[in-house]
Design a protein around this ligand. Structure first.
Ligand SMILES: C[S@@+](CC[C@H](N)C(=O)[O-])C[C@H]1O[C@@H](n2cnc3c(N)ncnc32)[C@H](O)[C@@H]1O
Length: 210
């Protein structure tokens, strides 16, 4: 099982030289920042490329954001899934929000260090955001119904050429009860269909059109 950047290169072979350098730099930057401000569980940091970066990029297997798309990553923590997606989609813009200021500091430092100009990171609660977005992405933040209640007013109705605007959530484990509680149509995709690593066996993408 590879835990270095090569796992990203293997699954995304068409990256530009700039994107490859940006992904490569994340290991050193997150290792350094994580020692000062904990944004990734310490036992996971040596699995950064599989458990955090490739996991974030699973969304890109499901949808390719067209140039000019606007995305919100709510509860981004240290920048997941927002930072890897912003590297992959340099022509889309990403608003990375978290209610903990020191985590946003890490996101800002990482984005600046790798020259990401399509990322705006802000210390703000979901409920206070006023902007509109095409898609909201999120991992490990809140139950889906709660996330929906906080944020659905921010998704505007311009449709993606193939997928209606909405949510792309990275979820794990049993989802039936949570989705019943949400009470909206949605689809669930197994990330194990995209990536072989056993880490992804229980991981899903939930797409909720709005
Ligand atoms: C378990 S962490 C996940 C961080 C990141 N998404 C990841 O997967 O690595 C959950 C994050 O959601 C943030 N959060 C929780 N409720 C929030 C809210 N209402 N508005 C903004 N951020 C929130 C927390 O501060 C925390 O950083």
């Amino acid at each position: 099982m590879s835990s270095g950047v090569q796992v990203v290169f293997d699954h995304f072979p068409d990256l530009s030289a700039t994107q490859r350098k940006q992904f490569e730099a994340l290991s050193g930057l997150y290792t350094e920042w994580n020692e000062k401000i904990n944004v990734i569980s310490r036992k996971d940091i040596d699995q950064l490329y599989t458990r955090h970066i490739l996991h974030s990029l699973a969304i890109a297997r499901f949808i390719s954001f067209p140039p000019g798309s606007r995305l919100l990553d709510i509860g981004t923590g240290g920048g997941f899934p927002g930072i890897p997606l912003a590297i992959l989609f340099p022509e889309s813009s990403f608003f990375l929000a978290d209610s903990i200021g020191k985590k946003i500091k890490v996101v800002q430092e990482v984005a600046q260090a790798i020259g990401l100009t399509n990322v705006h990171a802000e210390h703000i609660r979901a409920e206070q955001i006023k902007e509109k977005f095409d898609f909201i992405v999120s991992r490990a933040v809140a139950r889906t119904k709660q996330l929906y209640n906080w944020t659905h007013r921010m998704i505007h109705s311009t449709d993606h050429p193939t997928l209606a605007n909405g949510y792309l959530l990275l979820k794990g484990g049993e989802l039936d009860e949570e989705m019943k509680e949400l009470g909206r149509s949605h689809s669930v995709v197994a990330i194990s269909d995209y990536f072989e690593d056993p880490f992804f066996e229980t991981k899903k993408i939930v797409y909720i059109p709005v």
